[in-house]
Design a protein around this ligand. Structure first.
Ligand SMILES: Cc1ncc(COP(=O)(O)O)c(C=O)c1O
Length: 447
């Protein structure tokens, strides 16, 4: 059984070199260091001269509250900065290098021109709440009240935070499946919750049922899951969802289901756990616009939950952001009116991209694990002989010119991810082909 409590970034050796590279990239610490009083004295002296005052001459030590002190700059920021520094192709962070649909962008421009520019209603502009409810009904068959059961947030990230802060108490236990999206651990840490992590292992990343059963206790408040799953591309099967449901019901626990990749399901039909018998009343379904409409920068998300759970989510949301961008919400409502053909085309395009990357990675010599959904694929890098995922990713950026994400950052125990790295295929086909070509030329399987 695998309940790890090791801090995420505890393995200082593997992070040391990456961190030092980053520090040089991200900051130029001042060589001068002075106390606040010296600094003010210096500024006062300068102000009596004809020279303009420019900048403070010292940099105070970084400060952060205890609840966040173990977290470093997110791996996505780190890798994207390194990509720029080394001119590497970024198959790391999951943002498309192509634009969202014209009709959605036009709708945003129209909304701005029409003066929809003041604070929105806290829980969402009515058109978007209705559009989210309508899409949920189409996808799951569940009829929800758009006014009482849908809350619009600033991306799924805020929906996750509002759900945790609004419904979890300090010391409550929350079960997560590792590898997990990195905001889960930081958010649960801000809440003061105890994390119980169940590791999904290759090749199929299936749920270890006995470990899951053993993880439940009288203190379990919730299970936080994600399907289709970032980073593995795993889609939870109906059988797995049934087990999670029956354990949640038996233990009177909630389920938080992050479904931001629901429309990027290639090999199986996406199933929302809320649609299973007796589950809606204990589930918060989390989603957003970014992945499906290639508009990750818009940060429009939502949480769907029965009124008694929506209450907690909205209480947190009210004091986190209160409301999210008004014109973008209007445009998001237009986006969700997209016909089924939009989603079919999206999947067709992504399937072609996936094939280029997966076949390419196999021909380079990686062990590629099957990915059924999302725009990610996880591979075993060990054929190339580097000691762990971070060392491999550093080599890949500097020597090959391609960025991948080391997966050890997605585990409580980084050791669990040391053989795996994640690539994304949300890039245009030429970029994917060029990245594969670079790897073919420069990566050699070690014998
Ligand atoms: C699993 C998962 N959940 C949530 C998010 C965040 O979504 P948003 O950009 O809408 O905040 C991401 C983004 O990569 C993700 O992969």
């Amino acid at each position: 059984m695998q309940f790890s409590t090791t801090p995420l970034y505890s393995s200082s050796t593997i992070w040391g070199s990456l961190r030092s590279t980053l520090l040089t990239t991200l900051s130029k610490p001042s060589s001068l260091c002075c106390s606040r009083s010296t600094s003010w004295t210096l500024m006062a002296a300068m102000s009596t001269t004809a020279e303009p005052i420019t900048q403070k001459t010292c940099q105070p030590p970084l400060q952060v509250a205890k609840r966040l002190e173990k977290f470093k700059t997110t791996i996505f920021t780190q890798m994207s900065m390194l990509a720029i520094k080394h001119g590497a192709i970024n198959l790391g962070q999951g943002f498309p290098n192509f634009d969202g649909p014209e009709f959605v962008k036009e709708a945003a421009i129209e909304a701005i021109k029409a003066g929809k520019n003041q604070y929105a209603r806290g829980y969402g502009v009515p058109d978007l709440n209705s559009a989210v409810a309508a899409r949920f009904k189409k996808d799951t068959g569940l009829v929800v009240d758009s006014e009482k059961e849908v809350t619009i947030t600033s991306g799924c990230t805020e929906a996750i935070a509002a759900t945790m802060l609004g419904l979890i108490n300090p010391d409550d236990e929350v079960i997560v499946f590792a590898p997990f999206y990195d905001s889960y651990e930081a958010t649960l840490s801000m809440v003061g919750a105890k994390i119980k992590s169940i590791t999904l292992r290759p090749p199929d990343f299936s749920v270890p049922i006995d470990e899951l059963k053993a993880a439940f206790s009288k203190n379990t408040r919730a299970v936080l899951m994600n399907t289709p799953h970032n980073p593995t591309g795993k889609m939870f099967t109906r059988e797995e969802l049934e087990v999670i449901s029956s354990l949640a019901i038996e233990n009177d626990a909630l389920v938080f289901s992050d479904e931001v990749y629901d429309k990027l399901a290639f090999e199986a039909d996406h199933i929302s756990i809320a649609s299973l018998p007796n589950m809606y009343e204990r589930t918060v379904t989390l989603n957003s616009l970014g992945k499906t409409f290639s508009l990750t920068g818009w940060k429009i998300g939502w949480a769907i939950a029965p009124p008694h759970l929506t209450w907690g989510v909205r209480q947190a949301h009210s004091y986190l952001t209160f409301a999210t961008s008004t014109p973008m919400q209007s445009a998001a409502a237009a986006a969700l009116q997209a016909p089924e053909s939009y989603y079919e085309e999206l999947r067709r395009d992504y399937k072609a991209k996936k094939e280029i990357l997966v076949e390419g990675l196999k021909s380079v010599g990686f062990v590629v694990y099957p990915s059924s959904g999302t725009y990610f694929v996880v591979v075993d890098h060990t054929p190339f002989g580097l000691e762990n995922d971070v060392a491999f990713c550093e080599y890949l950026i500097k020597e090959v010119g391609v960025v991948a994400i080391p997966t050890s950052v997605f585990y409580l125990n980084p050791e669990d991810g040391k053989n795996l790295v994640r690539f994304t295929f949300c890039k245009d086909e030429e970029t994917l082909r060029t990245a594969v070509e670079r790897m073919k030329q420069k990566l050699k399987v070690s014998v």
